[in-house]
Design a protein around this ligand. Structure first.
Ligand code: NHV
Length: 858
């Protein structure tokens, strides 16, 4: 079913074969159809990037410029380049042109001949082109049809407007195109419906045969051996059979782990060859927190007459991953089992890192995975409103031990299901399953985001006629219960597939919470308190979240001081949730004293989001094994905006990302007060049990004086992978005979909890407050800050005589990294924070600003 034509996954191949690969990224020009004016262009790129480069568009992220750039989507655009081919190259047996991504309706001409009419940005195309090439100059010309005008006729004949409420155009055209849904606007997204050659273009000359697919399939894995099948799809382009030797090699850190070779006859056309390999005493790929994600280097070579005519390589991790989704006494389980051990999933939902994807550099991908890993995450969900990510993304997931939950790109609305549409989806599924299935990090496939929930609960039954509604249900089945699972079964049979997220549970219906994964938006949309997360428990939380404004330096990147008001025109252009500001304020009033100044509101909002979501993350971990995972909404941003993210567009960690790091620590102390009782939980995601631990709990007032009994629990043992309550006490028993009423004590002290191992080393620590922040009698304080600076690094040593709650260290450098931030600076505690950024220079004093909660009361 998957023609060679569409499904070549050559993108990842680093080859030593004797083919010759030209990267066709230079000399490009673009033109708006109808203008005859050609200007230089970047490939890979988009028309928006090129227009910005030529000052024909203003910075779309700034001010209210989003409105000024909307005309681009209605125009057709042309791209062209010339490249040279030698007579030598033309003597090779074959030449193939590969487009890894064309966005979206692209007619491709080579020397005037129409090669391809592309219609899906998620598909890479490989086309045999030898017959069109000539020695000397060759012209490549691509005509991009406006994705808007291309789909208007379909809209007109469709008879109804699809729900697609995130599509910021009155006519919801996004559903008709296989194009990143978020680019049409989202509730955190700028609308930028672009066109362009968004991924690499290469031309490959080679002889005899090519490897159009190489799948390393793991058949079995034990401590003794891994059995693998090397499944090759080889295209012999000659008209006669060839004798060839196929060599398969595997090595781990340069040491050979296996080598086999086999002599075969390759018939003209496509040959499927399976070669088994065995790796003895395999070193397993382990997820982050459980060990090293060992990767074997596999390569397959075709050798004919002493020449390596083709080679493809992959980095392969040996591990078992299954998604255990079974009926049980509580409903239906939903958890990852990795190498045979149930794994509590800790992570977040990922959206595309940029409104214009070719802007994402290798460096930004690396930084993102550093952020994920440092926050102790082990899962990331590639959410269905974006794109199937770059190979680089999955390579980094492999290298960092991060499992990937991969959605197919469908979100929050029913889609068409006519034959043309289904055909496109089939091609896209084939292409991406084949491209991604070798990655050990790839843990599961999911048909879509929230479309089943939408069909059942978002009121379409009333909004549409019964015929339309029935058609939507039937279309759902065709796409997500038939086509996609069939493709996964055909091409990636061992990987778990679920047709939707959530596949049944719905936050409006508590009776469904015991079944599978859940998007709990009772917090935020339902206005339920964060404490509801303690009791509204899912089996697996695949989404929950809360918004915040990005910090001031990010706001300053798109607004000027006169815009610094919550409801200014510019701020509103960067808040896409109509109820967002109201909800932030509502929740802030519950737990904090709402500051008057804009800057303080932004800061307290960040603290609020971090504390609130952390409360949920801890509740989910505490309730394992009933609940076995938590992925908050959302990891990152695609432009500078108010959103649910924990990391802003410029890579700055919000309080949320620090809180996630704390709540996700492999060993974590989690105190919680309910009904005047304190319970202290120890949470472990470690593979080994621990013995002879000591937990110390010390009460201190905000001025640094001892405020009650210190409790020490010696000789604790903590089994692997558990949550357990190790201490329970009525609150009033913590204080010596009441001098003050209890409530007053609780408002002026905190508990410091420290877990030490048998050698006295601190393995976990946390600080607990007994009241909401607005009830605390926070002191004023003077923080002293000593700075030591070298190129790239600034070390701050902070000391405060009294508590400075939720201290935020701000520096005006985008993307600066902090060893810690948004923490409580305890009275008398000397704390060192290291800030790193290539922009820090020795001798240039770094302006540092400190904010803490008490300061916002002035
Ligand atoms: O609104 C925040 C995020 C979205 O950005 C994203 O699409 O999948 N969000 C909220 C929800 N799902 C998602 C929850 N959906 C509903 C809310 C309120 C009523 C109906 C549905 C993500």
């Amino acid at each position: 079913a998957c023609g060679l034509f569409y499904c070549c996954s050559m993108a990842c191949a680093q080859s030593n074969d004797n083919s010759e690969v030209l990267t066709l990224h230079s000399g490009w020009e673009f033109s708006q159809v109808g203008t005859e004016l050609w200007r230089t262009a970047e490939v890979p790129g988009t028309v928006h990037q090129d227009l910005i480069q030529h000052n024909l568009l203003p910075n779309p992220f700034y001010g209210t410029n989003e409105q000024k750039i909307q005309w681009v989507e209605n125009e057709d655009w042309e791209y062209r380049t010339a490249f040279t081919v030698t007579a030598e190259q033309l003597k090779r047996d074959d030449a193939r042109l590969t487009f890894e991504g064309l966005d979206t309706y692209a007619d491709v001409y080579l020397n005037g001949a129409l090669l391809l009419k592309a219609d899906n940005m998620f598909v890479g195309y490989t086309i045999p082109v030898k017959e069109y090439l000539r020695p000397g100059e060759n012209l490549l010309h691509i005509y991009f049809h406006s994705p808007i005008r291309q789909t208007l006729p379909q809209y007109a004949s469709n008879g109804f407007n699809y729900p697609a409420d995130n599509d910021h155009h009155e006519k919801h055209l996004s559903v008709f195109s296989r194009k990143a849904p978020y680019s049409y606007g989202w509730d955190w997204g700028i609308r930028m419906v672009t066109s362009g050659v968004w991924r690499p273009v290469t031309l490959r000359f080679y002889d005899a045969a090519s490897i159009s697919d190489y799948h390393v399939k793991q058949l079995s894995l034990t401590d003794r051996a891994a059995q693998l099948s090397n499944e090759l799809e080889i295209n012999n382009i000659l008209s006669r059979p060839i004798q060839a030797e196929i060599k398969i090699q595997a090595s781990l850190e340069g040491k050979q782990a296996s080598a086999v070779s086999r002599t075969v006859t390759l018939q003209p056309g496509v040959n499927r060859i399976e070669i088994p390999t065995e790796i003895l005493s395999p070193v397993r790929w382990m997820p982050n927190g459980w060990g090293t994600p060992a990767l074997y280097d596999f390569s397959a070579q075709i050798v004919t007459e002493g020449n390596i005519v083709a080679e493809q390589s992959h980095r392969i991790g040996l591990r078992t991953v299954c998604l255990v989704n079974e009926k049980d006494a509580d409903g239906e389980s939903f958890y990852f089992e990795v190498n045979g051990v149930p794994m509590f999933a800790k992570g977040a939902n990922y959206i595309p890192q940029d409104a214009l994807l070719p802007n994402v550099t290798a460096e930004r991908y690396r930084t993102l995975f550093r952020d994920i890993k440092e926050a102790n995450m082990n899962v990331v969900r590639v959410w269905g409103g974006g794109v199937y990510e770059d190979d680089r993304f999955y390579d980094l997931a492999d290298e960092n031990g991060i499992l990937v939950w991969q959605d197919f790109m469908f979100a929050c609305t029913p889609y068409p299901s006519d034959p043309t549409f289904l055909k496109r989806v089939e091609q896209e599924a084939c292409y991406n399953i084949r491209r991604l299935r070798n990655h050990p990090s790839l843990a599961m496939w999911c048909g879509n985001n929230e479309i089943l929930e939408a069909l059942k609960y978002w009121g379409y039954q009333k909004k549409y006629t019964p015929e339309i509604y029935q058609g939507m249900l039937a279309g759902y089945d065709k796409l997500f219960r038939e086509l996609l699972p069939a493709k996964v079964k055909e091409l990636d049979a061992d990987r778990f597939y679920v047709h939707s997220s959530p596949y049944l549970a719905n936050w409006g219906r508590p009776e469904s919470w015991g079944i599978g994964d859940s998007h709990n938006w009772g917090v935020w949309y339902g206005q339920k308190p964060f404490e509801s997360l303690d009791t509204d428990l899912p089996r697996f939380m695949s989404e929950f979240g809360f918004q915040s404004f990005p910090e001031m330096k990010t706001i300053a990147a798109f607004a000027s001081p006169e815009d610094y008001q919550i409801e200014s025109e510019v701020m509103n252009a960067h808040q896409k949730s109509s109820i967002g500001n109201h909800l932030i304020r509502t929740y802030m009033e519950r737990d904090y004293i709402v500051p008057e100044k804009f800057e303080d509101f932004v800061y307290v909002g960040l603290v609020l989001q971090g504390q609130g979501i952390r409360h949920g993350l801890e509740a989910h971990r505490r309730n394992r094994p009933y609940c076995m995972g938590t992925l908050y909404w959302q990891l990152n941003d695609s432009w500078p905006v108010v959103s649910w993210s924990g990391i802003d567009y410029y890579g700055n960690w919000k309080a949320l990302h620090y809180q996630a790091k704390r709540a996700f620590a492999p060993l974590h102390i989690n105190p919680i007060c309910q009904n005047d009782t304190l319970c202290v939980y120890l949470l472990s995601d470690c593979l080994d049990a621990m013995e002879k631990l000591t937990l110390e709990m010390k009460l201190t007032n905000f001025a640094g004086k001892k405020a009650g009994k210190t409790v020490v629990l010696p000789s604790l043992s903590l089994p692997a992978n558990t949550s357990q309550c190790v201490y329970r006490t009525p609150l009033n028993a913590l204080f010596s005979p009441a001098k003050h009423p209890l409530a007053d004590d609780l408002r002026r002290c905190f508990m410091q909890l420290t877990l030490k191992d048998k050698s006295g080393r601190t393995v976990a620590e946390t600080v607990h407050f007994f009241e909401k922040t607005k009830e605390l009698l926070l002191p004023e304080t003077n923080i002293t800050c000593k700075m030591k600076q070298t190129d790239g690094r600034c070390e701050l040593t902070l000391l405060s005589p009294a508590l400075a709650k939720d201290l935020f260290i701000e520096v005006p450098l985008q993307g600066a990294r902090f060893s810690d931030n948004f923490f409580d600076l305890l009275p008398g505690e000397r704390k060192t924070v290291v800030i790193t950024s290539p922009q820090i220079k020795k001798g240039e004093a770094l302006p540092v600003r400190l904010r803490h909660i008490r300061q916002t009361y002035n």
